[in-house]
Design a protein around this ligand. Structure first.
Ligand code: NAD
Length: 505
């Protein structure tokens, strides 16, 4: 644990805070099951490493099926016991607000853990903490303000539509925004009265384990929130196949999302709520006024978080009339977004999460060159230590190329040209994914025409990724089937119960 009273401002401050962390003493690296920190049943551990330096950070419990079973049993006991599931919503609100306060108090430590674990710049991690705390507060505040329904029946009946928690929810989350993705899942699930088992990514388990201590301190009853670090193919799969899990709430790749649906079919037909990958198009029309500003946003849309963002604007579709000049502006913006030490608050980009992802990104870059796209900047890893790839821009990309179709999940931008609105819409929609789309134009008629035709869960008009807790987040097609954030996310974590009462008239 660290001293959170001192607010780190400079790189030296963050380094000092990092040096004060002691993962061997005082920091829980064990699983959190049934209100206790415990080793994995078989004693296995996994190693988590800082990708910016290559240093080993910690050995963390690596859970498997036996741990999943223990956690599911505890979660079920908690749910059936009712201390949380039947607590008045105002009571759940109080505890969740307390947890939000504790997270805010410890935001520097939590941000640092995510940065050390997966390489993102600490300024970006701090932004994630604000998002995570805001998400928790939003759902805590809303849960005692939602009413059920009375159906419009005749006088001889009373029809009630009640919202009830699902039971045991397993939340399986990725590493790119470790704590923020966690908050998007657990806040509405807990607010709705469920018992939640969190499975963080094996690449970024530390902030989730710290969150477990804070949840305990906040007063979440025994078994209501548990954390099982470990690999997807072991503990993740065990949760997904469990007959005792009622809902899988997943954020991650489309491939794993498909597997989870199969596991649900092989087991108890549990509800599977998926937030998956993307290859999001960002459409720039020639009528834009301030092309410098648009170019800055188009670059940030892909290079933010090293391109390891589900809604990265990885396909830039530019009207050919302005394409050459616009690409020059994007290249200039990319030049200002070079990777640096994640502990330096001035760094825009940090390190790539691990060697596997690093190699995967470089392989896509090699394929882009081989497929004949024009490499305009970047394209090579920086010299070690650490896993850094600079902003990489390909122009002249077509939808037949792998770099134009597949999710790379790295700082690689694919630029396409188009001549007409019709062609822009066709290119934008020619994708297996449908998570986000951007649209830059001054023409309101065009904006509405194109927005309606884009097959995408969200459309950003004259911005990229501006949003808050009040609007739902999620995709269509192979980008998923649910919504995080806003009141709509509560629908993912509750069932409707219809009550029909016959009345004497
Ligand atoms: P991933 O699918 O490899 O892993 C996600 C989680 O699933 C991890 O916790 C992992 O351990 C677990 N997992 C893996 N195999 C499993 C299995 N067989 N059974 C059960 N669990 C399993 O994804 P990742 O590499 O961690 O994250 C990157 C992906 O996440 C990208 O595709 C990105 O677009 C997507 N993502 C989507 C959103 C969204 O809101 N739509 C947000 C962030 C990331």
């Amino acid at each position: 644990m660290t001293d959170n009273r001192r607010i780190p401002q400079t790189r030296d401050d963050w380094q000092a805070l990092a040096a004060s962390l002691n993962f061997e003493k005082g920091f829980e690296t064990r699983a959190y099951i049934d209100d206790a920190f415990v080793d994995a049943a078989d004693g296995a551990t996994l190693t988590t490493t800082n990708p910016a330096t290559g240093e080993v950070l910690a050995e963390v419990a690596s859970c498997d099926a036996a741990d999943a079973e223990a956690a599911v049993a505890a979660a079920r006991r908690a749910f059936d016991g009712g201390a949380w599931s039947r607590l008045a919503p105002a009571g759940r609100k109080a505890v969740l607000l307390h947890l939000a306060d504790l997270m805010e108090q410890h935001r520097h430590e939590l941000a640092l853990l995510d940065t050390l674990d997966m390489g993102k710049p600490v300024s970006s991690s701090l932004g994630d903490m604000a998002g995570a705390v805001g998400c928790l507060r939003h759902h805590a505040e809303s849960i005692d303000k939602l009413y059920g329904e009375v159906a419009p029946t005749g006088d001889d009946a009373l029809g009630l539509v009640l919202r009830e928690p699902l039971g045991v929810v397993a939340s399986i989350v990725p590493w790119n925004f470790p704590l923020m993705m966690t908050a998007w899942k657990i806040a509405p699930a807990l607010a709705a009265g469920n018992s939640v088992i969190l499975k963080p990514s094996e690449k970024s388990p530390l902030s989730a384990l710290r969150l477990a201590s804070l949840a305990r301190e906040a007063g979440l009853p025994r078994g209501v929130f548990q954390v099982l670090p470990g690999f997807g193919h072991s503990v993740g799969k065990a949760l997904a196949l469990s007959m005792g899990v009622d809902c899988l709430a997943f954020t991650g790749s489309t491939g794993v999302g498909k597997q989870l649906m199969q596991y649900a079919g092989q087991s108890n037909l549990k509800k599977v709520f998926l937030e998956c990958g993307g290859k999001s198009p960002n459409l720039v029309f020639a009528d834009c006024k301030d092309l410098d500003r648009v170019a800055e946003h188009a670059a940030a849309a892909i290079f933010h978080n090293q391109g390891e963002v589900c809604i990265a604007g990885s396909r830039l579709l530019v009207e050919n009339a302005i394409r050459e000049a616009f690409v020059e502006k994007v290249l200039a913006a990319a030049e200002r977004m070079q990777p640096g030490d994640p502990l330096d608050p001035a760094s825009f980009m940090g390190a790539i999460v691990d060697e596997t992802q690093h190699a995967r990104i470089l392989d896509y870059i090699r394929r882009g060159v081989e497929e004949g796209a024009s490499l305009r900047t970047g394209g090579r890893a920086l010299e070690g230590p650490g896993l850094f790839i600079p902003p990489t821009v390909f122009d002249g990309v077509t939808d037949a190329m792998a770099i134009g179709r597949e999710e790379i999940f790295g700082p690689v931008l694919a630029v396409f040209g188009f001549d007409s609105e019709e062609e822009a819409v066709r290119l934008a929609n020619d994708s297996d994914y449908g998570l986000a789309a951007g649209l830059w134009s001054q023409d309101i008629d065009r904006i509405m025409r194109v927005t309606r035709r884009l097959r995408s869960g969200q459309v950003f008009v004259n911005n990229w990724a501006d949003m808050d807790q009040t609007v739902p987040f999620g995709g269509v097609k192979q980008s998923g089937n649910g919504r995080d954030k806003s009141h709509h996310s509560l629908e993912e974590y509750s069932d409707l119960k219809s009550v029909w009462m016959t009345l004497a008239t």
